[in-house]
Design a protein around this ligand. Structure first.
Ligand code: FES
Ligand code: FES
Length: 156
């Protein structure tokens, strides 16, 4: 075991864990940031999504050794991202969340989508919805929240 440096929400950490420890467990169990969720552990559900730089990654599929020296944002640091407030407000206005378990992953994914595509096509929105699993079936509300957030950020 060796120490590995990672940056999470702007804070540098030296993590003592095996190189193959999933980033998800580093974030949750070692750093105590429990907003990032475990769903499938196989890269399929999106509950564990975090941002690496500005790109969504599945932290259950990222080993500590792969994360060395990189900078991540979890839902706890999301508010500091430019344009995050548009997504957060849209989520509140559309009353998206039910149990909330999947929502951190969705929010980070949607924020990244709107950064790349301020006016996402219906196909892109559906792909985003299909890439994440919400057991509570909040998809229609997420769909509306994406459009609301896009509109308030200057898209349509
Ligand atoms: S827990 Fe990582 S994708 Fe499901
Ligand atoms: S809000 Fe419950 S799993 Fe999505």
């Amino acid at each position: 075991m060796s120490s590995t440096e990672i940056i999470v929400n702007g804070v540098h950490h030296l993590v003592d864990a095996d190189d193959d420890t999933p980033l998800l467990w580093v974030i949750r169990d070692i750093l105590g940031l429990t907003g990032t969720k475990y769903g499938c552990g196989e890269g399929s559900c999106g509950a564990c999504t975090v941002l690496e730089a500005d790109e969504p990654v599945r932290s259950c599929q990222t080993n500590l050794s792969e994360a060395a020296g990189l900078s991540y944002t979890t839902i706890e640091g999301f508010a500091e991202k430019p344009g995050a407030d548009a997504c957060q407000s849209a989520w509140v206005e559309e009353e998206v969340s039910q149990c909330g378990y999947c929502q951190a992953g969705f929010l980070l994914e949607v924020w990244a989508l709107l950064g790349r595509k301020p006016e996402p096509t219906d196909d892109l929105v559906e792909k985003t919805l299909n890439d994440h699993i919400c057991r509570c079936g909040t998809y229609p509300r997420i769909r509306r929240a994406i459009r609301r957030a896009a509109s308030s950020r200057g898209g349509k």
